[in-house]
Structure formats: structure tokens, C-alpha cells
Design a protein around this ligand. Structure first.
Ligand code: ATP
Length: 266
């Protein structure tokens, strides 16, 4: 993505941001709150059209990237929420992610139309394989609503992986996970990068520093640093941006405490 700018009405969410996810690499996108990470992620998955800039994929420019084209382009994503279909079982949810591999289409496969028997069997096998990779095979027959949040997140990831994407877009995959689950997620992401590229938007800095090959840092819609985890960690502009964020939070807390104190005194 080159020279990406996005404006929402008068708000400039991104100004001239460029990043390239290299084949087989994990690329982290970080920055304090409101930096523009989600907006950039949404540009990468076609949910937000940039005001300016170019998106290049497989050597060609994508003039109009739409979310429904992603699977055909070899791109899969998971979003901040979980986004599973509550009325489908875990297995069926994952099969939805594999539908581009089915000749007769997902609907006929799901409805078990006779001509789709072979496709359905293949889909089922692929979906079970993806669930097994995420250690979630045992939940295949369950409905998402009955499962703990971290398991739902694993199912959502299995649904993205089953299409065997070339590029996997992950928006805050570690949110709501315990330390142990986060460590497992880190290992999984590193393992996956052997066969696909990953763009990772994440708040948990230790995870980002552990698994990313390259990192782009945004602040107030601008790119303030880019490089290896070590380069980014030692970049004064990055420290300053995060420190500014912490100082703001402290000032807010102090102001709130002062207001509370005033109320008590009054
Ligand atoms: N749909 C929208 N309409 C108007 N402004 C928006 C919209 N989406 C994002 N913004 C603004 O764009 C800026 C960047 O927001 P964005 O959500 O991309 O940041 P972020 O880095 O993902 O933040 P966070 O870490 O808090 O999720 C913010 O100022 C935000 O208020």
C-alpha cells in the first residue's frame, strides 16, 4: 500500500502512509489510540476506500478492492469481534471460509444437493483440518454462542485459514486472551508465516515484538517509524508517541480525581 490517505469528512484518519507486507513475513501495525491502525487495516480489506494512494497485490494495482473479492485474491481476515454465524455449527462456520474451493458452491454444499456430495466431503475435510490446526476440532458440532470467547476466536481464525490465503489480515487477535493463550497465538502466527504473509494490528506490544519481522508505527494518522522490532523499539519518535499517550491518560485520571475531590468537598 503506497501513499494511503483517508479522510472521514473533515477528519484526516491517515496521511500518506505506505507499507508493504513481504512474502512469508509478519508485518505489525501499531500506534497509540486513534493512530489510524483500524482505518489502515480496513483499507487493506476493502472496507474503506482511500482518498489517495495505491494498493498493489501480486504485481498489479487493485483499483477497486471490495471485501467480497478478498477470498478470490488469496486474502483472508479476522475482525476485532468474532463474527461467527450463530445459527451455524462451528464446522459449518469454518466451511463458509472454504467455499472458494468448492466447485458447486457453498450453499449447495451446505444443503447437500447430490451433485455437491464430493465437494461437501472435501470442504468438510478441509474445515476439520483447519479446526484441528487450531486445536478446536472437538467443538465442530457445537454452536458458537455456547463456547468461551477464546475458543470462538480460534474458530474465527480457522475460518480465515481454511481458504489457505497468501495474506492473512489479523485485527487485534489477542484481545480478550489470557497470557498463555496469547503465547500460543504468537507461536501459531510464527508457524503460519512459513506459508503465508501476515498483517497484524495489535495493542499487546510484547506479542508484536516477539512475532513481527517488520513493524510500521502510526501516530495521529501519520507514519512515524518503520523497521525491525529492535529498530522500532529504539526509535525516540515511538517512545515519545507512546509516552504522550500515557501522559494524556495520567492527566485525564488526575483531572477526574480532582473533579471527584471537588464534588466530595462540595
Ligand atoms: N468512520 C469514521 N468516521 C469518522 N471518523 C473516523 C471513522 N473511523 C475512524 N475515525 C477517526 O479516524 C482516526 C483513526 O481511527 P482508527 O480507529 O483507525 O485508529 P486506531 O489506531 O485503530 O485506534 P484504536 O487503537 O483506538 O482502535 C480517529 O481520529 C477516529 O476518530
Amino acid at each position: 500500500m503506497t501513499g494511503i490517505s483517508v479522510a472521514f469528512g473533515g477528519v484526516k484518519a491517515l496521511t500518506d502512509v505506505s507499507l508493504t507486507v513481504e512474502p512469508g513475513q509478519v508485518h505489525g501495525l501499531i500506534g497509540p489510540n486513534g493512530a489510524g491502525k483500524t482505518t489502515m487495516f480496513n483499507v487493506a480489506c476493502g472496507l474503506v476506500r482511500p482518498t489517495e494512494g495505491r494498493i498493489t497485490w501480486r504485481g498489479g494495482e487493485l483499483r477497486r478492492l471490495r471485501p467480497d473479492q478478498l477470498a478470490k485474491l488469496g486474502i483472508a481476515r479476522t475482525l476485532q469481534g468474532v463474527g461467527l454465524f450463530p445459527g451455524l455449527t462451528v464446522l459449518e462456520n469454518v466451511m463458509v471460509g472454504a467455499h472458494k474451493h468448492a466447485r458447486a458452491g457453498f450453499l449447495s454444499a451446505l444443503l447437500a444437493i447430490p451433485t455437491a456430495d464430493k465437494d461437501e466431503a472435501r470442504l468438510r475435510e478441509r474445515a476439520l483440518g483447519a479446526l484441528a490446526e487450531l486445536d478446536a476440532e472437538e467443538y465442530a458440532g457445537r454452536y458458537p454462542g455456547s463456547l468461551p470467547y477464546p475458543v470462538q476466536k480460534r474458530v474465527a481464525l480457522a475460518r480465515a485459514l481454511v481458504a489457505e490465503p497468501e495474506l492473512l489480515l489479523l485485527d487485534e487477535p489477542a484481545s480478550g486472551l489470557s497470557e498463555d493463550e496469547m503465547r500460543e497465538l504468537g507461536e501459531l502466527i510464527q508457524h503460519l508465516s512459513g506459508r503465508m504473509s501476515v498483517l497484524l494490528v495489535e495493542h499487546h506490544m510484547d506479542l508484536v515484538m516477539r512475532v513481527c519481522d517488520q513493524i510500521t508505527v502510526l501516530d495521529s494518522g501519520q507514519q512515524i517509524a518503520a523497521g525491525t522490532p529492535e529498530q522500532v523499539q529504539n526509535d525516540p519518535a515511538v517512545t515519545e508517541a507512546y509516552l504522550g499517550d500515557a501522559v494524556d491518560a495520567e492527566a485525564d485520571a488526575a483531572e477526574l480525581a480532582a473533579t471527584d475531590g471537588g464534588t466530595q468537598r462540595g
